[in-house]
Write a protein that binds this ligand. Structure first.
Ligand code: SAH
Length: 356
């Protein structure tokens, strides 16, 4: 028996590599399409199930590849119906994904890295530090492995890269994953308009991102002046607000599309009327809308959430100035599954990733 981990995860292979392998092994290329349908539509985990493919080819595939999946280490359910999945990777590192019920569909929030290097001061995941990038297979498997838990009528239609990690710091794997996620022919078939990648603002990678995917872009702005943003998000020292906004103004968007700017409201830090006015000026000429996110407080956080009245007032100032601003209450805060709370909490229950 070959060691399971010696075989390559077929989910990691590019179209080109797979095609080359098929050619080398003299297997007709139409089988490739069949295999992908089995994997992405039927959620197959074994080549032996692929009954429309000859036994000989199935055996060869089984001998050379595996169809990766992630170990569901723990699932926690929130009062509001959202579910947090803790996945254990093959090297025992842990990542999290959150399944969020909406009115008539589900949204899945996935991770792009184990840990995160960005050190945003208000974010709980940041406290883990950076562990490693996720492979294409590990990104895609979060979707495949959670989809199997859903009943037929429960539709998973939206994917957001707002879990652990900074997607634009793992750009090539994220782009490969996105291409499979939005491939309607032989991939997972999600609508490009329903897949959103959120970045802390790695301005230099926006162009490459836009050139390689049509997924939607969200930018975590969180402050409208450099002094506040420098303090909250160290990435701002590398790409200050002007550089980031310039990149956003030049970001190629289809006529109906807009960039979403996320703005976490922190009491007495970035939630004053002055801050709202600065934000309006900053977004002048940018095709964007604003998601206002009430801060999810956690143990040992140095920040407080803004008062509900302050949040409404902030929203009103933006709306009065023709900026679409939606208040996005995160779900799952009782199970630490809300925005920025995807940090692993107890070494005893989870293994290697530990929050201090
Ligand atoms: N690295 C990416 C994606 C992960 S964070 C990014 O920075 O966009 C996803 C969103 O959650 C970001 O907009 C971030 O600002 C927000 N966030 C982080 N911690 C939060 C918290 N404790 N409460 C509310 N929102 C938070």
């Amino acid at each position: 028996m070959p060691n399971l981990f010696e075989k390559q995860d077929i989910l990691n292979l590019s179209e080109q590599k797979l095609t080359d392998w098929f050619k080398t092994n003299k297997i007709a290329l139409y089988h490739l399409k069949q295999i992908k349908k089995w994997i992405y539509i039927q959620n197959s985990k074994s080549f032996y199930e692929m009954t429309d493919i000859s036994k000989k080819v199935r055996e060869l595939l089984e001998k050379n590849f595996r169809i990766g999946s992630l170990e569901k280490s723990k699932i926690r359910k929130s009062k509001d119906g959202s579910k947090k999945y803790l996945f254990k990777l093959e090297d025992s590192n842990l990542i999290e994904s959150v399944l969020i019920p909406e009115k008539d569909h589900y949204t899945l929030c996935i991770s792009s890295q184990a840990g995160c290097a960005q050190r945003c001061r208000f974010c709980q995941t940041a406290k883990l530090g950076f562990i490693r990038n996720l492979s294409k297979a590990e990104i895609i498997s979060q979707i495949l492995d959670i989809k199997t838990d859903l009943k037929k009528k429960q539709q998973l239609t939206n994917i957001v890269f707002m879990g652990m990690g900074e997607p634009l710091a793992n750009l090539s794997n994220v782009i490969s994953a996105l291409n499979t996620i939005t491939d309607s022919n032989t991939g997972l078939g999600f609508s490009k308009r329903r897949v959103t990648v959120s970045t802390c603002g790695i301005a230099s990678n926006l162009k490459k991102f836009a050139q390689n995917t049509e997924a939607r872009l969200a930018v975590s702005l969180n402050a409208a002046d450099n002094k506040t943003r420098d303090m909250l998000m160290p990435i701002n020292k590398k790409y200050p607000i002007e550089t980031l906004i310039y990149a956003c103004k030049n970001y190629p968007l289809k006529s109906r599309d807009r960039i979403t700017f996320e703005y976490v409201l922190l009491k007495n830090i970035n939630d004053s009327e002055k801050d709202a006015i600065k934000l309006i000026k900053l977004l002048n000429g940018v095709k964007g809308k604003v998601n206002l996110i009430p801060f999810n407080k956690y143990l040992q956080s140095e920040f407080e959430a803004s008062e509900p009245g302050t949040i409404l007032q902030f929203q009103k100032i933006l709306s009065d100035n023709n900026i679409t601003a939606i208040i996005r209450n995160s779900k799952g805060s009782d199970i630490s599954a809300a925005c920025g709370q995807l940090a692993v909490s107890s070494s005893a229950e989870t293994g290697r990733n530990t929050l201090l």
